[in-house]
Design a protein around this ligand. Sequence first.
Ligand code: NAD
Length: 321
Amino acid sequence: MNSESKIKELTELLNQYAYEYYTLDQPSVEDSEYDRLYKELVTLEEENPQLVRSDSPTQRAGDVILSGFEKFQHPYNLYSLGDVFSREELAAWEERVRKELPEPEYICELKIDGLSLSLYYENGVLVTAATRGDGSIGENITENVKRIKDVPLRLTEPVDIVVRGEAYLPRKSFDKLNIERELEGAAPFANPRNAAAGTLRQLDTKVVAKRGLATFLYQEASPATHDTQEEVLEYFEQLGLVVNKERVLARTMDEIWTFIERVTELRDHLPYDIDGVVIKVNNLAQQEELGFTVKAPRWAIAYKFPAEVAETEVLSVEWTV
Ligand code: NAD
């Protein structure tokens, strides 16, 4: 097959998968398969820039906006993240940062596998909550977010602030939900991430209240109030927002990798799903210096875990012992 037909085929396939994933909340393939095909498309497009199609998923960051909720124009663009899948790729990113910043300090955080949202507080009061959407226009889901128990309706200080984070469904709530759905004859959700997305798009707020969503906030979207990401996270905690405690500061690639190895072991024991580790330059002025590409910040990267070993393989290993 020539590059043009291959690009067309991959574009159509990825758009179909993205529709199933973002709009229907019913993916038909594993994320790792989607990521693999996406990477293949990126490589082909890099080799043949004249063949990039306008409907290519690489030309669009983020998901589709549904009708049913009011659209919401974010005053600050909510960026996605670039991703890497191996130590080598991560080291190459780290080298690039080091070229610009001789002595970088990083903060490594868990990559929560949920749904990105932003919360708008005025005078300390939650006034709006919106999904990321395509990064510029999201959906206004304020009424639903007010039903998430750990989201403070009022902060401890009367500040104007926009915070970004992830809404997720804890594994226990996910299992309970799918048992209920099977009893009702409804199709089970494929994973907690899709269940969280489906829940936040519920038009009946009572359903949202029942399902037990939770949040981790990880970024200030409004202009910086502090010097480092670590200080921002501490400030969030002080304001009453939930912040993930599994994070470390690192100065070298070895230190970053040690954290990734620890998290890899921890992963199955966490009460929520993660799909990787996010590494960010800790100093916010330095983040600004590094800036953004079209789609993602240069000062942060997501390291994604390799695909999980299929259950059948694990079983066969156990049987041969
Ligand atoms: P992403 O999941 O690759 O990463 C970016 C997101 O990470 C951010 O938007 C934010 O929401 C989140 N995040 C979590 N913790 C964070 C932290 N501590 N700091 C910063 N950000 C954090 O990007 P995406 O565009 O949201 O989703 C694309 C992914 O969706 C693909 O890589 C693929 O795995 C999946 N997908 C799967 C299918 C399928 O059919 N299976 C289809 C489409 C997309």
